[in-house]
Design a protein around this ligand. Structure first.
Ligand code: 13P
Length: 293
């Protein structure tokens, strides 16, 4: 059931668990995540970056595919289709083509411009029933080829952003996208505490969910994080499982190997199973299992 993410994240904040945003990259990924959420009776957020949308043929292709798949698979758990790190233009497109949630990432803009654009997008999104996430303090690391250092957001700037009527806030607390470098100092829980106090009851978002130790994840949830984004970890297990399959010679047509393991449905299956297992692991860790309502 496609819905915006406001209610599921309010419930998560009140219930001290988090909903996973799992980024999707293709049809197989989408199906794996939806089926796992349904199996575990968990709400889920499907994250779509501009790069992934371009790969799949555009935001409209993604919206139509997800809507049709949700319906045809008979998914009854709440599913939000969410633009991940959108520009102003991408956010407007997603509002038009049927996403149920957007993130406007104006973190690279001067604060005043970030605020003005966020304000405008809040009105547009809410007018059409979408939820909206905004960001303060750039989340570092590498995403879609862009690399930045991790930042710790200023609680006063966070409070300013929340006043604009956004539904949830991504605030940097030393987290970064992609793999964490050796010597990474961990999440800044003192900063999280201050941000949580400064922003009232708004659900907070932790980007860069890959590679954060489990005890830090549960600590972050306890301190007000209600949405955790995971992308790289699913990519890694997918690639690893398909690579193993190929290395075992299963995709190679030989006189002995007549199983047609090169059929994409067979070739990608180990990757799909690996994503399902990873998403299940995350939903258990985040505490969202059985929380669909
Ligand atoms: P990872 O790729 O580090 O899991 O982060 C995903 C993310 O934050 C998407 O916005």
């Amino acid at each position: 059931m496609l819905v915006n993410a406001t209610r599921m994240l309010k419930l998560a904040k009140a219930g001290h668990y988090a909903v996973g945003q799992i980024n999707i990259n293709n049809l197989e990924w989408t199906k794996a995540v939806l089926e796992t959420a349904q199996k575990l009776n968990s709400p889920v957020i499907l994250g779509v970056s501009a790069g992934a949308a371009k790969y799949m043929g555009g935001f409209k292709v993604v919206a139509d595919m997800v809507r049709a798949m949700d319906e045809c698979l008979g998914i009854t758990v709440p599913v939000a289709l969410h633009l991940d790190h959108g520009t102003y233009e991408a956010a407007k497109t997603c509002i038009e083509v049927g996403f149920t949630s957007i993130m406007f990432d104006g973190s690279s803009l001067p604060l005043e411009e970030n605020i003005a654009k966020t304000k405008e997008l809040v009105a547009l999104a809410h007018d059409k029933g979408l939820s909206i996430e905004a960001e303060v303090g750039a989340i570092g690391g590498t995403e879609d080829g862009v690399t930045a250092d991790g930042e710790v957001a200023d609680p006063k700037e966070c409070a300013k952003m929340v006043e604009l009527g956004i539904d949830f806030l991504a605030a940097g607390i030393g987290n970064i996208h992609g793999l964490y470098p050796a010597g990474w100092k961990g999440l800044h829980f003192d900063a999280l505490d201050e941000i949580n106090k400064a922003t009232g009851n708004i659900p907070l978002v932790l980007h860069g969910g890959t590679g954060i130790p489990d005890d830090q994840i549960t600590h972050a949830i306890k301190d007000g994080v209600s949405k955790i984004n995971v992308n790289t970890e699913c990519q890694l297990v997918f690639a690893g499982a398909v690579e193993e399959y190929c290395k075992a010679g299963k995709a190679t047509p030989t006189a002995e190997n007549t199983a047609k393991g090169y059929d994409p449905r067979k070739l990608l299956k180990p990757g799909v199973e690996a994503i399902k297992a990873k998403v299940e692991e995350k939903m258990v860790l985040f505490g969202s299992v059985g929380k669909a309502c």
